[in-house]
Design a protein around this ligand. Structure first.
Ligand code: CO
Ligand code: CO
Ligand code: CO
Length: 329
């Protein structure tokens, strides 16, 4: 669901009763819920599932699992167990297709050193797949989206462009190399980035998914009561993304993000239309967006590089200002 619709529905719910062990709940639109079960252990719980983003069922399974695991990594936690969530048209699609989706998902759960413990399936005309994931973290080491401070540097660990490329792949032929690099980005776990964050110590983190880079940055800035400045030319892009954005391969979710963000985001004249599109692009299984002190930013980038997160870039700064406002130059 888009940010506007979701905010509307949540406003209709009664306020939650205070619960001292609930360290992260629904108020701050964070990536996962965090519940303390002892002085040195907290559970991190999240769930995510969606319709296929690519034709290859094994790759779809990998992408959906990497995307679900990412919300645990974004909290600085380690995934422990996962449950499959499956909707599948039992009478019209080959069972082998579902087997491939599940194999792809399992491969990522195993790569994350987590354990698949079960799942649930429903018969549905439209296939959907994802995971409910439980992770663990020390209660003092939870990284929320609410800790960004003025002066912090903003670091993004995967290139943008996944949304426009997958949208184009559904409507036309895209160059093999372009499709391959998008799938590679989506199937990559954010595990190394989470480790690097815990190694260095950072102020805030969220992962970039359906609300786009600026949508998730807006939420982080709101929760942290700060504003942000993005240097558009520093944002890493997948090969071919700019051209496909220019050609108009923009999904409805991205358009909704752009509309929702209009009151909070100011683009400088020099930021051209394709770049504006990519900054609001609704994506699947994007990178981590990390807010880190200026002193520790070089160390974080070094740790990310050392762990093979080669696309990680510093893309902006946190500033004082109206909470949630973003300037893009
Ligand atoms: Co998330
Ligand atoms: Co999520
Ligand atoms: Co069941």
């Amino acid at each position: 669901m888009g940010p506007e619709d979701l905010a509307h529905v949540l406003r209709l719910l009664p306020p939650a009763a205070p619960e001292p062990n609930l360290l992260v709940g629904t108020e701050s639109f964070d990536d996962a819920g965090v519940y303390r079960i002892s002085d040195d252990l907290a559970l991190v719980q999240t769930v995510d599932f969606f319709t296929p983003v690519v034709d290859d069922p094994y790759a779809f399974g990998q992408i959906a699992a990497a995307n679900a695991l990412s919300d645990v990594y974004a909290m600085g936690a380690r995934p422990l167990t996962a449950l499959n969530l499956v909707a599948f048209p039992v009478d019209t699609l080959e069972k082998e297709v579902l087997a491939q989706i599940l194999k792809g998902g399992l491969s990522k759960v195993q790569e994350a050193n987590a354990v698949l413990v079960g799942g649930h399936t429903v018969d549905d005309p439209e296939p959907k797949y994802g995971l409910a994931v439980t992770g663990v973290v020390h209660p003092d080491r939870v990284i929320t989206n609410a800790g960004a401070r003025p002066g912090d540097r903003l670091v993004l660990t995967k290139p943008l462009g996944i949304g426009v490329i997958t949208t184009a792949m559904k409507r036309t032929e895209v160059p093999r190399e372009v499709a391959r690099s998008a799938v590679e980005a989506m199937t990559a776990l954010n595990a190394a980035a989470a480790e690097a964050m815990q190694e260095v110590g950072v102020h805030a983190c969220t992962d970039v998914t359906g609300f786009g880079l600026l949508g998730h940055l807006h939420e982080m800035a709101l929760a942290s009561r700060v504003a942000a400045r993005i240097d558009a030319s520093a944002v890493p892009l997948l090969p071919g993304a700019r051209e496909l954005a220019e050609a108009g391969y923009v999904c409805g979710g991205s358009r909704a993000n752009r509309r929702y963000l209009a009151p909070f985001v100011r683009f400088a004249h020099g930021v051209d239309e394709p770049l504006r599109v990519l900054l609001c692009d609704a994506i699947t299984s994007g990178g981590l967006l990390i807010s880190v002190s200026p002193e520790k930013a070089p160390a974080l980038l070094g740790e990310l590089q050392a762990r093979g997160t080669l696309a990680a870039r510093e893309i902006g700064v946190v500033v004082e200002g109206v909470a949630g406002e973003i300037e893009v130059a």
